[in-house]
Design a protein around this ligand. Sequence first.
Ligand code: AMP
Ligand code: GLY
Length: 426
Amino acid sequence: MRILIVGHGGREHALLWKLRRDAPDAEFFATRPTPGMAPWCEAVEIAPTDVEALAGWAAGHRIDLTVVGPEAPLAAGIVDRFRQRGLSIFGPTRDAARIESSKAYAKDLMRGAGVPTAEYRTFTNRDGAVDWVRAEGAPIVVKASGLAAGKGAVVCPTEDEAIEAIDSMLGDLTFGEAGREVVIEEFMEGEEVSVFAVCDGRDYVLLQPSQDHKRVGEGDTGPNTGGMGAYAPVSIADEALMAEAGEKVIAPTLRALAADGCPFTGFLYAGLMKTDEGLKVVEFNCRFGDPEAQVVLPLLDSSLLDLVRAVAEGRSIRGMDIRARAGFAVTTVVASGGYPAAYEKGVPMTVPDDFGDDVILFHAGTAERNGSLVTAGGRVVAVTGLADDFGSAVERSREGARRVTFEGAFHRTDIGWRELARIRAD
Ligand code: AMP
Ligand code: GLY
């Protein structure tokens, strides 16, 4: 079997890591792999968003299955194009990917389907947006409707900050086209959980719940990032909460997308908040989470390939289930100095040859220059620790992150703090 992975971040490294375990005899290919992925796959020198070139390449190289990591190629219609050419691919079509690529679309879909989420309004004009902020008061949340690499949501403690965010999105176009339309929503309070569903358009299978750490600083302070670390499973996401997520969020969303003429095939990512009024959706994404993939996939004992392949080949996954190994996974992201704002690339870095058992190094933004490893992104690596108890998983991940060194490197040392506090309180 010949499998192509589109993308080359930490999430795609984790997908490759898992799919290789599921299919040791398969041949793997990946777009522009990092030095972390490169030993395990053949490189395809095509950008993930060059949908036309990738479809031609996959057809010419007899690829049996393509798995897409990032949202950009999905929003660009990679699945539509591959299917037109009769190629098996796992991911949502461009229309179904609007669940992420247009927050306005996602909110309207949720409203129509009765999926619990924050109250909101959508605006393209400043005055209407400002009036609504004045009427609602703060705290309030201003979001660019389009794709903004996880950085398009601004939680505003005051009305003035909300108006500043509106001006920067609609006026200064700080998020480019993505911010020509803004969604302004009610501020919700509660703990967040990331839930991933493998979907075949109709039915779904839930993977283990995880929790991301989106803020750059210790204790969840500072600006939002793509994610500085994650852990799985999450004790507050117990069986009852997962059942609620399936029945009140995933199932009605899949029905609404199908009724809209765009059944969702692929990983549906529900960012959920456990509020006093029950579970509410913070956001949907049309792909796996990063760095959540780096904790959910190492804990997945049963085959991901079986699920992904069934969906890509248009078969039903009804009745299929997953089996997770016991224990915990924690991942810590090592980032470049300055991230999520401007940072340097091409900084020489060192990683230990051997992290020891139960530690996995996933490359996110790395490259090779003259035979040496250098940084090539804001998030550079994610170090996952696995253990039977949560505290040891935290320690393995943190200690692993400490051993990855380059000028300006930093990481959060408090990944999993909420879970640790719960354990200590028991
Ligand atoms: P998003 O890009 O929509 O995932 O938002 C990024 C982060 O901003 C979320 O993970 C939350 O921590 C926060 N956030 C987004 N929307 C809300 C909301 N309505 N109320 C409170 N926090 C929010
Ligand atoms: N970890 C957040 C995301 O993948 O969007």
